[in-house]
Ligand binder design. Structure first.
Ligand code: PA5
Length: 457
């Protein structure tokens, strides 16, 4: 089980903090959320123990495994979960390992940004004839994903390869152009459950095909998520329910002006989880309007940080800069491998405290040292511990955070599941790229630009 230590977040232990009584003050709202969740679970919570979609994913993964390269084409919620899983569970130098050391499984690449240098560099090192391209887009209309798809498709066609043999689409069961192409051209396709939004879709076909194709036990991940869901649903006591308590702490601190939420894993493997978390927290909670129409500008800015590296970069600011953050540490109790620091220079007392110790011990003491120092500076922080990094714990983490962000949305009284704020930027892109139907938006942009005072050097 994930373990939660909220000690350093309680006002009883640091000045001007959220206290036990403050949390008791909102238990009615927390319990309303719990009850509502029990009665009407959101779409994402229904897939954790729905084995029906697993078989088609596993079947498809068997085909994908034979390729030398698995290339994920997607962005945002259609890429970050895949990267989080691979970052946590695969060897950090996976693509550099020999095929034998990779247990005959594919290398893994992600085409997300439309940075021509980045995309070009991936194409430099993969042979399309040996590659499987998994194009993931729920809407089938995301400009970045669709342009990368077109590039890949062009490449396959130029090389005389049959697109059907090298493409798998993951998309909405009915809507969108990818679905239409899949039907018209008989391209293999997996469904994304319509009631699961992009950033909540890591434990659907969106994140699980690449995972299974690279040897991750996806059933164990789903079991982990389901365990966290059960733990949440079965516990009425706010102070024993890690979702309710963490939501209360983050919400109450944000009401006290702590507008930043830092996630700081002390583990390189967990760093990509922090990327996934950033999207989940930002897009779900950053909202202008409440559910009842008031202007609220809700949300907390999520920041990712890496221990111990950022002790030498960011922690000075966290310690002495504006007291506007809640910091969540991710800690690993048992690393998958450990290194002993050799006993050398025994006569040098500047080094002797390190000699004979293990890196696991050092990194975990550094985490504890930082959390206590932050406490002494009046900076609230909490620690989530992974027993070790494996499929079950990673699944628990995803399940836990998806429920947690939903609880936060309830407390903010906003719609956790939409993202109206990104629509205008998309419309502007379509207009600037002269997409048909966006002529009025183009005229609007031209007017807007005409009336701007220009400050360019
Ligand atoms: O959370 C979301 O809904 C978004 O971040 C989407 O995942 C992202 O925009 C990609 O969308 P799509 O899967 O439709 O290409």
């Amino acid at each position: 089980m994930l373990k939660f230590d909220f000690t350093n977040a309680f006002g009883e232990n640091l000045s001007d903090g959220v206290r036990y009584e403050d949390i008791k003050g909102i238990t009615g709202r927390l319990h309303a959320f719990l009850e509502n969740f029990r009665q009407n679970p959101p779409g994402f919570a229904k897939v954790f123990n729905d084995q029906s979609h697993i078989d088609s994913i596993l079947e498809m993964a068997e085909k994908c495994k034979h390729f030398e390269n698995f290339v994920l084409v997607g962005i945002g919620g259609s890429a970050l979960g895949n990267q989080a899983i691979q970052g946590a569970l695969r060897h950090p130098m996976w693509n550099n390992l020999s095929r034998e050391k990779r247990n005959n499984l594919p290398r893994f690449f992600v085409m997300d940004n439309v940075d021509p240098e980045q995309i070009g560099s991936i194409l430099d090192v993969i042979d399309p004839a040996e590659s499987l391209f998994n194009v993931v887009s729920k809407s089938g209309s995301t400009a970045e994903t669709m342009s990368n798809y077109l590039i890949v498709r062009g490449l396959l066609e130029t090389r005389g390869l049959n697109p059907r043999d090298h493409l798998v689409f993951t998309t909405d069961p009915v809507e969108g152009v990818l679905r239409k192409i899949a039907i018209d051209e008989d391209i293999p396709v997996l469904d994304i459950p319509p009631n699961v939004g992009g950033r909540f879709s890591v434990l659907t076909s969106v994140g699980l095909l690449s995972a299974a194709s690279l040897g991750v036990d996806i059933k164990k991940m789903l079991d982990g998520a389901q365990e966290e869901l059960d733990r949440f649903k079965e516990e009425d006591d706010t102070f024993k329910n890690p979702v309710l308590l963490n939501a209360a702490i983050h919400y109450l601190y944000s009401q006290k002006g702590k507008s930043i939420s830092v996630m700081m894993p002390y583990s390189n493997a967990l760093y990509t989880l922090a990327d996934w978390y950033r999207q989940l927290w930002a897009e779900s909670l950053g909202k202008e309007k409440s559910l009842t129409g008031e202007t609220v500008h809700a949300g907390q800015t999520p920041i990712k940080s890496l221990g111990t590296i950022d002790q030498h970069s960011q922690v000075q600011l966290y310690m002495e800069g504006p007291n506007d953050k809640v910091i969540t540490f991710l800690k690993v109790e048992n690393f998958r491998r450990n290194l002993k620091i050799p006993v050398i220079h025994q006569d040098r007392k500047e080094l002797s405290y390190l000699c004979g110790h293990e890196l696991e011990e050092l990194i975990n003491y550094e985490q504890e040292a930082t959390s206590l120092a932050l406490l002494e500076h009046g900076r609230p922080n909490l620690t989530i511990s992974f027993e070790s990094i494996d499929e079950v714990e990673i699944g628990r983490f995803f399940g836990y955070y998806e429920i947690l962000v939903t609880a936060m949305g309830h407390l903010y009284n906003i719609n956790t599941f939409d993202q109206p704020g990104v629509e205008l930027g998309k419309k502007n892109t379509y207009a600037l790229m002269n997409r048909k139907g966006y002529e009025n938006q183009k005229a609007h942009i031209e007017d807007l630009k005409k009336n701007l005072k220009i400050f360019k050097i």
